[in-house]
Design a binder for this molecule. Structure first.
Ligand code: GLY
Length: 399
C-alpha cells in the first residue's frame, strides 16, 4: 500500500514532562564531555594515522584497518571536528594525510561498490574542502559523487544500496541509511552547478519517504523496487529484529537524514516527516533515554544501541534548528537531545584510564550477524562528538 507523507501518523509524545525543562547540560558540561572525546582521540592518534579504526570494537578496542570499510571516514570526520574545535594543527595534519588515502580509494576503486560513498566522502573530503578550501579534496569528493550516481535507477527513482548492480539479491534495494549519503550529491550540485546530482538525491529522498516510512511513522530498514518498471515491491530488514519491527539505527538515520534533505531542498514536508519519526522513537525509549537496538524492545535484557541515540540527537538538534519558536516541538526536541547527551556522557562513555579506544560503549553494529554487539561503534563516536560540537558552537555541517 502506498501512503503519502501527510498520511503518516504523528504520535503524541508520551510522558512529555520528561522533556519539559532542559537538563543541566551547560557550557561547562559540554566542554567536559569534549575533553573526554579529545583525550580518547589523542590516545589513538598515532595508531590511526595511516590506519583507521575498525567499524566496531572487540572488548572495547578498535583494531587498526586499512581504508576499506564504509565507516573509515567517521574517524577522519572526528579529526576534522577536533581541528575545528581546538584549532590544533596536529588533528589537521593527520586528517589531511587521510584525505590522500580517500583519493587513492576512489581512484583505485577500493571497496566502493556501495552507496556509502556519501558517508565516506562527506566526512573526509567535503569537510576538508569546507574547512581548508582544499581544491584537491573538492575534486576527490566530486569523483565519489560521480560514482554514487551510477547506482541510480531512473525508473525506480532510487539509488541501490549494496553490491553490484546486477546482483539479483541487491538489485533495486534502497535502505534508510542512504538518507545520509544524499548530502554529497546536493553539495556536488552546489559546487559544480550541475543539477543532475541534486535531481537524483531529490528523487531518492521522495521514494524513501514514500516507501521506507510506514503509516505509523516507523521505518523499514530496506525496500525493494523493480528497477525496470519502477514498481514498489516490498520492505524487509537486514540489521533489525524482524521485517516488521523498527531497527533503532534505521529510525535514527531517518530522523537525521530527512531534515538534511530539507536543508538542501526547502521541502518542509521532510521536516514534518522527521518529526513523526522522532515522536515514534521517543515513545519507545527506556528510562535512561537510550534506545535498545531495535525499537520493538522497550525494557529487558536486550542490548542498547548508543550509536543510534547519538545519531538521533544530531537529528533532533537539526530538526529543532529549523522549527520556529512558536512550534512547541522545538523545545521538546532540544530538551530531549540534551537529556540524551547527558545520559550518554554519564552512563555510556568509555573509561578515560582504560585501553578502550572508543568514545561510547554499549552500541550494536549487527546483532543478527553477531558483529559489534555491546561494543563501541565508530559512527556512534562520531555523531556523539558532532552533537557536542553542535552544542559548543554554531557548527557548519560537513553534510
Ligand atoms: N549503515 C550501516 C549501519 O548503520 O550499520
Amino acid at each position: 500500500m502506498t501512503i503519502s507523507i501527510q498520511e503518516v501518523r504523528k504520535e503524541e509524545i508520551k510522558n512529555l514532562a520528561r522533556y519539559e525543562s532542559a537538563p543541566a547540560v551547560d557550557r561547562a558540561f559540554v566542554e567536559k564531555a569534549i575533553e573526554h572525546v579529545l583525550a580518547k582521540i589523542d590516545q589513538s592518534l598515532d595508531v590511526f594515522t595511516e590506519k583507521f579504526p575498525d567499524s566496531s570494537s572487540v572488548n572495547l578496542v578498535y583494531k587498526p584497518i586499512d581504508n576499506v570499510e564504509w565507516t573509515t571516514s567517521f574517524w577522519t570526520g572526528m579529526l576534522w571536528l577536533a581541528y575545528e574545535y581546538t584549532g590544533d594543527e596536529k588533528y589537521r595534519e593527520v586528517a589531511e594525510r587521510q584525505v590522500g588515502s580517500f583519493k587513492e580509494r576512489i581512484e583505485k576503486r577500493i571497496e566502493v561498490d556501495h552507496h556509502d560513498l556519501g558517508f565516506l566522502y562527506s566526512l573526509s573530503c567535503v569537510s576538508a574542502y569546507k574547512l581548508t578550501g582544499s581544491e584537491e579534496a573538492k575534486a576527490i569528493a566530486l569523483k565519489a559523487a560521480d560514482l554514487l550516481i551510477t547506482r541510480y535507477y531512473e525508473k525506480a527513482g532510487i539509488i541501490q544500496a549494496w553490491g553490484d548492480l546486477n546482483d539479483p539479491k541487491q538489485r533495486g534495494r534502497m535502505i534508510i541509511d542512504c538518507n545520509m549519503n544524499l548530502p554529497l550529491l546536493y553539495w556536488a550540485t552546489e559546487v559544480t552547478g550541475n543539477a543532475r546530482y541534486r535531481q537524483i538525491a531529490e528523487a531518492h529522498i521522495k521514494q524513501a519517504a514514500k516507501y521506507i516510512v510506514r503509516e505509523d511513522a516507523s521505518t523499514f530498514h530496506t525496500y525493494y523496487m523493480d528497477p525496470v518498471t519502477g514498481a514498489p515491491l516490498f520492505g524487509n530488514t537486514h540489521q533489525g529484529y524482524s521485517d516488521d519491527s523498527c531497527w533503532a539505527r534505521g529510525q535514527a538515520w531517518g530522523i537525521y537524514g530527512f531534515p538534511l534533505s530539507y536543508h538542501y531542498t526547502d521541502d518542509w514536508s521532510l521536516v514534518e516527516l522527521a518529526k513523526k519519526l522522532t515522536n515514534y522513537y521517543l515513545n519507545r525509549l527506556p528510562e535512561d533515554e537510550i534506545c535498545y537496538w531495535d525499537l520493538i524492545f522497550t525494557d529487558g535484557e536486550e542490548e542498547r544501541d548508543s550509536s543510534a541515540a547519538a545519531i538521533a540527537v544530531c537529528g533532533m538538534l537539526e530538526i529543532a534548528k529549523h522549527l520556529p519558536l512558536t512550534d512547541p516541538d522545538k523545545h521538546v526536541y532540544d530538551n530531549a537531545a540534551l537529556t540524551m547527551i547527558q545520559s550518554l556522557y554519564e552512563n555510556y562513555r568509555t573509561d578515560i584510564n582504560s585501553d578502550a579506544n572508543g568514545i561510547l560503549k554499549h552500541a550494536v553494529y549487527y546483532k543478527g550477524g553477531g558483529r559489534g554487539v555491546d561494543e563501541s561503534c565508530i559512527w556512534g563516536d562520531y555523531y556523539y562528538f558532532e552533537a557536542l560540537v553542535r552544542l559548543a558552537k554554531d557548527w557548519k555541517m560537513y553534510w
